[in-house]
Ligand binder design. Structure first.
Ligand code: NAP
Length: 252
């Protein structure tokens, strides 16, 4: 028996990285998909890959009007939603003196405000047995000087998951979070760093990791599938860390 047989799953930010790996795994497990992103080439590639099994939509995760339009399209196409994987995020790394108000607002709008209102606006389409998973980050539990606003937005999201778990379980809907550490994704590759700095950062993080490597998007997707499926039927308001143990490292 497939774990998501016949379920309708919306994955935000599913044209690359962790979201795309989750889309592939959900699809293998019998789900019908709604996939969002922004970049036209990546959207077209996702549509070509999943064909009629996926509604692939351009939708800005931090824009409330676009979230309304997204829900209207899902209602029209599928009439319901069983699984919501909120994965799109904005990173905007910058030291404190370089962070602008626009960069700050973008991170908070996408990673916190947009996620809250996507959940709110998805609820009319969801019923008992539904599951929501949010992608946080280990930066919500550790310090990271250039990712201060990003880490804070993910901490807010992690808090939201705890509080909403109590509200949503009254409707029979579970919400949890998956918390990745360093994962080799398009998002990591596209961080605005010169190539030599990029390689040095990757080598440094891998060297400090107990497991001595980055994780793969597929390794995170397996935890997402677990939380989204009935295998996690007694788990609510939790955050599963998928980081190869790097969060436990105490630097000298
Ligand atoms: N990779 C890591 O090391 C790592 C570590 C901790 C947490 N995470 C979290 O994991 C999640 C996925 O990250 P990833 O590394 O897989 O990233 P990725 O490869 O860059 O993929 C991000 C996806 O989100 C979409 N997206 C980004 N901003 C969006 C927006 N404003 N509106 C709609 N879609 C948007 C992108 O679409 P377009 O390309 O079309 O914009 C893409 O499909 C994020 O929540 C991130 O914070 C990642």
């Amino acid at each position: 028996m497939k774990k998501l047989e016949g379920k309708v799953a919306l994955i935000t930010g599913a044209t690359s990285g962790i979201g795309l790996a989750a889309a592939r795994l959900f699809h293998q497990q019998g789900a019908r998909l709604v996939i969002t992103g922004r970049n036209p080439e990546r959207l077209a590639a996702a549509q070509a890959e999943f064909g009629a099994d996926a509604l692939v939509l351009k939708s800005e995760a931090g824009n409330l009007q676009e979230i309304d339009a997204l829900m209207a399209q899902i209602a029209q196409h599928y009439g319901r939603l069983d699984v919501l994987f909120l994965n799109a995020a904005s990173t905007n790394p910058a030291p404190i003196e370089a962070m602008t108000e626009a960069m700050f607002d973008q991170v908070v709008n996408v990673n916190f405000k947009g996620e809250f209102f996507t959940i709110q606006k998805a609820l009319p389409l969801m019923s008992a047995g539904g599951a929501i998973v949010c992608t946080t980050s280990i930066t919500n539990q550790t310090g990271s000087p250039k990712f201060s606003v990003y880490g804070a937005s993910k901490a807010a999201l992690r808090s939201l998951v705890q509080s909403l778990s109590l509200a949503l379980i009254e409707r029979g809907i579970r919400i949890n979070a998956v918390c990745p550490g360093p994962i080799e994704t398009g998002g990591f590759q596209r961080l605005p760093l010169p190539p030599e700095v990029h390689s040095a950062v990757k080598a440094d993080i891998s060297g400090r990791s107990p497991i001595k490597r980055f994780g793969t998007p597929e390794e995170v997707a397996k935890a997402v599938l677990f939380l989204a499926s009935d295998d996690a039927s007694y788990i609510i308001g939790e955050e599963i860390v998928v980081d190869g143990g790097i969060r436990h490292v105490c630097l000298p």
